[in-house]
Design a protein around this ligand. Structure first.
Ligand code: ADP
Ligand code: GN1
Ligand code: MG
Length: 391
């Protein structure tokens, strides 16, 4: 994570910090008044996150986020979703755990709402900062991967009985590949920044796979895959691990809405199995770490074996291929549109990201059968263990 004085992911944040009147913003939230230090935090591509600390250490620290309302058009709906999910998770928290540490807690504003709009039209929210935790952009150990699987599997399990009708789609068709490909097509036709001619090989490659990528959507529409409440942004850095690298909390709840488990499985795998960064320039460095895949599967199935359908099980590897493909489509579309969606840190960043995700997709495609066998084996092993336990 990029905290180096005021350099944040390579960007100088002096300007960004001085853009906002933090004193006024903070004054609208129900926190103890004081002289808070403010630093940019995290490496998310969408929202702007700031850490608020008082004195030394992280006691009494908060995380303040400016919600990207270009991306999230319905902030009120998004925050209502977030409250439903948080309340549901807190309602289920067992006596063994500590809900304040394991589930995000929103700080209310003085008007009792959970977000505040400043006079420039920006939307702000605040959560308690969970100290002694870490998030990883790159996964390096089987323990981390296993914990990631258990975290998202448990998340699906806990939300199984939350009424999907309570949640709005915070971004309509967010993970609908057919719509994403339509957007790419529109961006090609518009060619608003004149770069389409530079990316012909990438476009040809992506379009070659387009028709086979709609399978999960089609199975969903046919009612073969059940719509559940899913996270939809299961990048590994959206989990906080404690100091022993055990899962503590699933974060970044902006996109929790109805979806298919294969999407969450696939997006997590995208960020776990890759030996290199999401935006790796050197494509040869992008390799698959199979032990991490197996560990994630083990963790995920240990929490979901009791409710996943056979069709869902079969869809998991399809999701693992689809998500890097879809990410390549999304990054490339943003490149063609002039970098209007994701934060970028240098010109051509979205193209570099798209190429890296395409490379990851190619690697996964070549190992599809091996990945499927691992899922099947783990499923059988866990089922047998359960049978033995209940015998
Ligand atoms: P984004 O939408 O920009 O990805 P996130 O909600 O994921 O924003 O937060 C960005 C980063 O901040 C996370 O990857 C994590 O490192 C850290 N983070 C988020 N929420 C908390 C929290 N409550 N306590 C500690 N760290 C947090
Ligand atoms: C964005 O906010 P962040 O960085 O967790 C994006 C995800 C992408 C991800 C790619 C709302 O997630 O969909 O998978 O970047 N979030 C949104 O790194 O578009
Ligand atoms: Mg995030």
């Amino acid at each position: 994570m990029g905290l180096d004085n005021n350099k944040y992911e390579g960007i100088d944040m002096h300007d960004k910090i001085s853009t906002y009147n933090f004193k006024d913003i903070i004054a609208n939230f129900n926190i103890a008044p004081g002289d808070y230090d403010i630093e940019p935090f995290g490496s998310g591509h969408i929202n702007d996150t700031f850490l608020l600390t008082i004195g030394s250490g992280y006691d009494g620290a908060y995380l303040l986020q400016k919600i990207n309302h270009f991306v999230f058009k319905n902030v009120d709906g998004l925050m209502t979703n977030m409250l439903h999910v948080i309340n549901h998770l807190k309602g289920k928290a067992g006596t063994s755990g500590d809900p304040a540490k394991e589930i995000l807690t929103l700080v209310p504003c003085k008007d009792n709402k959970y977000y505040w709009q400043d006079d420039q039209g920006n939307y702000w929210r605040m959560t308690y900062f969970l100290k002694d935790t870490q998030s990883y952009d790159l996964v390096t150990t089987v323990k981390q991967a296993y914990q990631g699987g258990a975290a998202f599997g448990n998340f699906h399990w806990l939300l199984c009985d939350l009424d999907p009708a309570l949640l709005v789609d915070t971004i309509p068709d967010f993970l609908n590949i057919e719509k994403r490909l339509d957007n790419l097509q529109r961006a090609i036709e518009k060619d608003s920044v004149g770069v389409v001619k530079q990316v012909q090989p990438e476009l040809l490659y992506l379009l070659e796979y387009a028709s086979s990528m709609g399978e999960i959507s089609q199975l969903g529409r046919a009612g073969i895959l059940p719509l559940r409440i899913t996270h939809n942004d299961t990048k590994f850095n959206n989990i906080l691990l404690n100091q022993y690298d055990e899962v503590q909390c699933v974060i970044d709840l902006d996109t929790v809405m109805p979806g298919f488990v294969a999407y969450d499985f696939g997006d997590a795998i995208r960020s776990i199995i890759n030996t290199a960064a999401e935006d790796e320039k050197n494509l040869d460095a992008i390799q698959l770490n199979m032990p991490l895949f197996e560990a994630f599967v083990k963790g995920y199935l240990s929490k979901t074996v009791c409710f996943l359908t056979e069709q869902e099980l079969k869809s998991l590897v399809k999701g693992a291929l689809l998500l890097p493909y879809m990410q390549a489509v999304r990054f490339l579309t943003d490149y063609l549109e002039g970098d209007v969606y994701y934060k970028t840190h240098f010109p051509g960043h979205n193209l570099q990201r798209a190429r890296a995700q395409m490379q990851l997709f190619k690697m996964l495609e070549s190992k599809k059968d091996e990945l499927t066998n691992i899922v099947q084996q783990q499923w059988l092993l866990i089922k047998n263990d359960l049978k033995a336990l209940n015998a």
